[in-house]
Write a protein that binds this ligand. Structure first.
Ligand code: SF4
Length: 509
C-alpha cells in the first residue's frame, strides 16, 4: 500500500509545507506503518527527514520546524520490495548529474530486474534496495534537460503500479501509472488556510487563477479533509500533474489511460471516510454487506464485525438480514506492527494482542462474524477460536470479498500463491480450517452490484487471475530482489543519515 502526500504553497504563504504534509500524512497512516518521512524544498535546495516507525514518532515537532519551504512531499511505508531498514524508508532522494529529486511511491513495479539493467547497464550502485530507489535513480540520472521530460522518457519503460509524488527544487509533481492501480487525488487549499500573507486574497476559481491558493496531492480524499482542502479531481491514469508556485496545475500525459483501480482499495485498504470513483467507501462497504447477506443468509442471534475494518459490511449485513448488530470484540488500537513482527512467537500472539472478545455479549450466542478478507486463514482461525473460548455457541463467518486465489504484484505483499489459503483449499476445507460453523464469501458480481460500477474499471486479479497486463516472469521475483549481491552504498548518492541536505540550482551540474 503506502501513503503518499504532496503540498505546494503559494509564494505569499509561510514556509510550512513540511508541517502540512506531515499532518496530511497522518490521515494515511493506515496505508503503511513501517517508516515515515518528508522531503521539502525552499526553492533552492531539498531537505529530507525519514526514519523507521509511525508518523507520530518520526515527524514530530522537534524536527519539522527546521524543514522549511513551500514545497513538500511525504510518505509512509508498507514494504513490497526491500527490507524494513532505514535506507528503504521514503521519500527517496538522489542527486543526479542534472537534478536533485525526492520521490514517494505507492505501488510496486513488476519489471525491476529489467530496469536495473537499464540503469548504467546494471552497474549502478543504489543506496536502498527498493524499486522506488531504482526509479529515483533512473529519473535523476536521465539526460533530459527537464524533470518532466525525464518522466516522459522513463515512465513508458516502467511496468507495474506507481502513484508517485515527486519533488524537485521548484515543483511538486503527481504521477499515476496508466492503469491507475493505486489512487491519487488533487485537492485545493483555499486562501486563508495556507499561512500568513494569503488570507487577504479573494477566493479564486477552481484551477488556481489566484496564486495564493495552495495545492495538495493525497493517496486518499481523507488526506484532503484533514487540511481543509477541497477535492478537485483524481490524478488520471497515465498523467503527470505539475504543481508550481504561481501557476495553475499543469497536466502532461505520458500514456493512454487503461483504468484498473485496485478493487481491494474499495473493499478494505482505504479509509471508510474516503471517496473513490465517486463512492463513499463506508457506504460502498455497507452495501457489500447487504449483498453478502443476500448471497449467504444464515440464522443467528446477531451480526458482529471483526473490528475495525469489518464494521461497515457487518452493518449492511445486519440491515439486509434483519438481525441485530452488536460489537462482540474490542480492538486494542495501540499495538503497532513493530511489537508483533520481531519473532514467530510474538506474531502468533498477534490476534490476542489486538483483539479481545466481549464474553458477556458472545456467550451462548449464535454469531455472524463479518470480515473483509481471508489471506492465509491463520488470523481468522484465531478469531474464531477466541470467540469459541469466550462461549459462542455458533460462529458463522462471512467475508465481504471473494476468495483470494492469486498473488498481487501491484503493491500488496501477497506475492506467493502458496501463502493464500483459497489457492489450495476449497471453501468447505477453509471453513473446517478456521473452525467456523459456516463460511460465505461475497461474489465478484456482488461486489459490482454494491458498487454499481462496471468490472472493466477495476483490477480483480487476485480474485480471478485476470491481470490487466501480462505479468512478466520477473514479477514473480521475491521481495528482496535488489538485495542480491548488494554492494556498499555509493557516496555520490548521498549515503548520509538524517538530515540529508542537498540540491541547489540544477544548472551547473
Ligand atoms: S491483484 Fe488484487 S490486491 Fe492487487 S491490485 Fe489487483 S485487485 Fe488489488
Amino acid at each position: 500500500m503506502c501513503g503518499v502526500y504532496g503540498v505546494m504553497l503559494p509564494p505569499a504563504a509561510t514556509q510550512e509545507a513540511a508541517q502540512l504534509a506531515a499532518l496530511g500524512l497522518f490521515a494515511l497512516q493506515h496505508r503503511g506503518q513501517e517508516s515515515a518521512g518528508v522531503a521539502v524544498s525552499d526553492g533552492e535546495q531539498l531537505m529530507l527527514y525519514k526514519d523507521l516507525g509511525l508518523i507520530s514518532s518520526v515527524l514530530d515537532e522537534r524536527r519539522l520546524p527546521s524543514l522549511r519551504g513551500r514545497l513538500a512531499i511525504a510518505h509512509c511505508r508498507y514494504s513490497t520490495t526491500g527490507s524494513t531498514v532505514w535506507e528503504n524508508a521514503q521519500p527517496t532522494f538522489r542527486l543526479g548529474p542534472r537534478r536533485a529529486i525526492a520521490i514517494g511511491h505507492n505501488g510496486n513495479l513488476v519489471n525491476t530486474r529489467e530496469l536495473l539493467t537499464r540503469l548504467h547497464g546494471g552497474r549502478a550502485r543504489l543506496l536502498a534496495s527498493t524499486d522506488t530507489e531504482l526509479l529515483t535513480a533512473l529519473l535523476a540520472d536521465d539526460p533530459a534537460a527537464d524533470l518532466v521530460d525525464a518522466l516522459r522518457s522513463v515512465l513508458p519503460t516502467v511496468r507495474g503500479a506507481y502513484s508517485l509524488v515527486v519533488l524537485d527544487e521548484r515543483r511538486v509533481i503527481g504521477v499515476r501509472d496508466p492503469f491507475g492501480f493505486r489512487p491519487l487525488v488533487l485537492g485545493r487549499l483555499p486562501a486563508g488556510t495556507v499561512g500568513a500573507g494569503s488570507a487577504a486574497s479573494a477566493a479564486p476559481g477552481l484551477w488556481g487563477d489566484d496564486p495564493s491558493v495552495g495545492w495538495v496531492l493525497s493517496s486518499e480524499t481523507a488526506g484532503l479533509d484533514i487540511l481543509g482542502a477541497d477535492y478537485v479531481r483524481d490524478v488520471e491514469p497515465g498523467e503527470i500533474l505539475i504543481l508550481e508556485a504561481g501557476r495553475e496545475p499543469r497536466s502532461v500525459r505520458f500514456a493512454d489511460a487503461k483504468p484498473a483501480l485496485c478493487v481491494f482499495e474499495l473493499i478494505y485498504f482505504a479509509r471508510p471516510d474516503s471517496y473513490m470513483e465517486g463512492r463513499n467507501l463506508y457506504e460502498a462497504r455497507r452495501k457489500m454487506g447487504m449483498e453478502l447477506a443476500r448471497e449467504h443468509p444464515v440464522e443467528a442471534d446477531f451480526v458482529m464485525p471483526v473490528p475495525d475494518t469489518g464494521a461497515p459490511a457487518a452493518a449492511g449485513f445486519a440491515e439486509a438480514s434483519g438481525l441485530l448488530y452488536r460489537e462482540g470484540m474490542v480492538r486494542n488500537r495501540y499495538t503497532g506492527r513493530t511489537f508483533i513482527q520481531p519473532s514467530q512467537a510474538m506474531r502468533q500472539r498477534g490476534v490476542t494482542i489486538k483483539l479481545n472478545p466481549l464474553r458477556e455479549v458472545v456467550r451462548d450466542r449464535r454469531l455472524v462474524v463479518v470480515d473483509d478478507s481471508i489471506v492465509r486463514g491463520t488470523t481468522t482461525r484465531q478469531i474464531v477460536g477466541l470467540l469459541r473460548r469466550a462461549g459462542a455457541r455458533e460462529v458463522h463467518v462471512r467475508i465481504s470479498a471473494p476468495p483470494i486465489y492469486h498473488p498481487c504484484f501491484y503493491g500488496i505483499d501477497t506475492q506467493v500463491e502458496t501463502e493464500l489459503i483459497a489457492a489450495t483449499q476449497t471453501v468447505e476445507e477453509i471453513c473446517r480450517f478456521i473452525g467456523a460453523d459456516s463460511l460465505g464469501y461475497l461474489s465478484i458480481q456482488g461486489v459490482l452490484a454494491a458498487l454499481e460500477l462496471s468490472y472493466e474499471q477495476f483490477c480483480f486479479a487476485c480474485f480471478d487471475g485476470r491481470y490487466p497486463e501480462p505479468v512478466p516472469y520477473d514479477a514473480a521475483q521475491h521481495k528482496y530482489l535488489l538485495e542480491e549481491g548488494r554492494t556498499a552504498p555509493d557516496d555520490a548518492a548521498g549515503a548520509v543519515r538524517n538530515p540529508v541536505l542537498a540540491g541547489g540550482p540544477t544548472s551547473g551540474r
